[in-house]
Design a protein around this ligand. Structure first.
Ligand code: NAP
Ligand code: GLV
Length: 321
C-alpha cells in the first residue's frame, strides 16, 4: 500500500531554512514515502497525510483534507497558533537535546558576557585603556529564568553548575535541584525582585505578549555588584515591548540587553537596536533547528504513529504552546 505523502512547507528565508536542504534530508530519512516540496501545483492535496512546516502562511495547511499530523520544525508554535484555519489534527513541536544544547550555549554565553563585563572590556580595548574593574564571583549574581520548560530548565541547571544563583518562573509549580522556583502571576513579583539578569525563554501566547515591559524591568533587583539589571530575550520578539526596552536602557533601568528576537524580523535597517551601545544583537539564531536531527525526529515519530504509538511533544492548543 502506498504511504501517505509528507508535505514540506518552509518559509524561513535564511540559510538554515533553505527548502532544498530540508527536502534532501527528508528524502534520505523517509525513503519509502513521497516528500513533496510545496508550493507545487502538481500535488494532489488528498495524498498528503503529514506536513513538516516552518512559518506556513495562514490558510496553507487547510488545503490538505487528509492531514493526520502537523510537525512544526521548531520549538515555538506561535506562528501556527495565529492561523485560524489550522486543521484540527495533532500539532507536534521540536523538543530535542540538539536544540536545547544550542540554546543553553547561547544563554550561557550571554550571561557570562554581561557577568564578566565584556561590553566595558571591549570598549576599553578599542580605546587602548588598561583599566581593570573589580570582577565579582558568579555567586554574587542571581539569574532569573522566565520559562522553565525544555529550554529554561536546562539553562538553569548549567548556570547553577557554573556557580550562579538561579531562580525560575513558570505557569505551573516546578521543582529543579538548586533552583528556587516561582509560579503564576501571583509569584511574578517575588521572582523579579531577586533577578539581576533576566533570561526570557517563554513561548509567545496571549498571556505572555509584551510581558517584557517597563513595569517588569523596574521590579528587577539592582542590589548586585552589577548594579542595573540586564535583559536576555531568546524567546520571541512579541514578548518584548521594544519602546520600553529602549527607554529602560537609556534611563538606566536596564544596564544592557542581549536580544536574539524582534517584533519585526528581519530587523529593519533603521532600527535603533542595531547601533545601541548597550545592546548585543543576534539575528534569531540562538538555537537553530538542525535539518539532520529534526528530519530524523519527524521520521521516527511518523513510524511510531503509524505503528499505533503515541506522538511526543504534542502542543496543547488551549494553552497555545
Ligand atoms: P516549553 O517546553 O513549552 O516551555 C515553556 C515554559 O514557559 C514552561 O515552563 C511554561 O510553564 C512557561 N510558560 C508558558 N506560559 C507561561 C505563562 N503565561 N506564565 C508563566 N510561565 C509560562 O518551551 P521551550 O521548548 O522551552 O521553548 C520556549 C520558547 O523558546 C519557544 O516557545 C520559542 O518561542 C523559543 N525559542 C527560541 C529559539 C531561538 O532561536 N531564539 C529557539 C527555540 C525556541 P509550564 O511549565 O508551567 O507549562
Ligand atoms: C526557533 O525560534 C524555534 O522556535 O525553534
Amino acid at each position: 500500500m502506498t504511504k501517505g505523502a509528507l508535505a514540506l512547507l518552509v518559509h524561513g528565508g535564511t540559510e538554515n531554512w533553505s527548502s532544498a536542504r530540508w527536502k534532501a534530508r527528508f528524502d534520505q530519512v523517509c525513503r519509502d514515502r513521497r516528500v513533496l516540496l510545496l508550493p507545487d501545483a502538481a500535488v494532489d492535496a488528498s495524498d498528503v497525510h503529514y506536513a513538516a512546516v516552518w512559518k506556513p502562511r495562514p490558510g496553507e495547511l487547510a488545503a490538505f483534507p487528509n492531514l493526520r499530523v502537523i510537525f512544526n520544525l521548531g520549538a515555538g508554535v506561535d506562528a501556527l497558533m495565529a492561523d485560524t484555519s489550522l486543521p484540527d489534527v495533532p500539532l507536534v513541536r521540536v523538543a530535542v537535546s540538539d536544540l536545547t544544547d544550542r540554546m543553553t550555549e547561547y544563554v550561557t554565553l550571554h550571561v557570562l558576557m554581561h557577568h564578566r563585563q565584556e561590553l566595558y572590556l571591549r570598549e576599553s580595548q578599542r580605546e587602548r585603556r588598561w583599566a581593570p574593574r573589580y570582577q565579582w564571583a558568579a555567586g554574587a549574581i542571581t539569574i532569573g529564568i522566565m520559562g522553565l520548560g525544555t529550554l529554561g530548565a536546562n539553562a538553569a541547571q548549567v548556570l547553577r553548575a557554573i556557580g550562579f544563583r538561579v531562580v525560575g518562573w513558570s505557569r505551573s509549580a516546578k521543582q529543579i535541584d538548586g533552583v528556587e522556583c516561582f509560579a503564576g502571576k501571583e509569584q511574578l513579583g517575588a521572582f523579579l525582585q531577586q533577578a539581576n539578569i533576566l533570561v526570557c525563554l517563554l513561548p509567545l501566547t496571549s498571556d505572555t505578549r509584551h510581558i517584557l515591559n517597563r513595569d517588569v524591568f523596574a521590579r528587577l533587583n539592582r542590589n548586585s555588584p552589577m548594579g542595573a539589571p540586564v535583559l536576555i530575550n531568546a524567546g520571541r520578539g512579541g514578548l518584548q515591548d521594544e519602546a520600553d526596552i529602549l527607554r529602560a536602557l537609556d534611563d538606566g533601568t536596564l544596564g544592557a540587553a542581549s536580544l536574539d528576537v524582534f517584533e519585526t524580523e528581519p530587523l529593519p535597517p533603521d532600527s535603533p537596536f542595531w547601533s545601541h551601545p548597550k545592546v548585543v544583537l543576534t539575528p534569531h539564531n540562538a538555537a537553530d533547528t538542525d535539518p539532520d536531527e529534526i528530519s530524523k525526529y519527524v521520521a521516527e515519530q511518523i513510524e511510531r504513529f503509524e505503528s499505533g504509538g503515541a506522538l511526543e511533544n504534542v502542543v496543547d492548543r488551549k494553552r497555545g504552546y
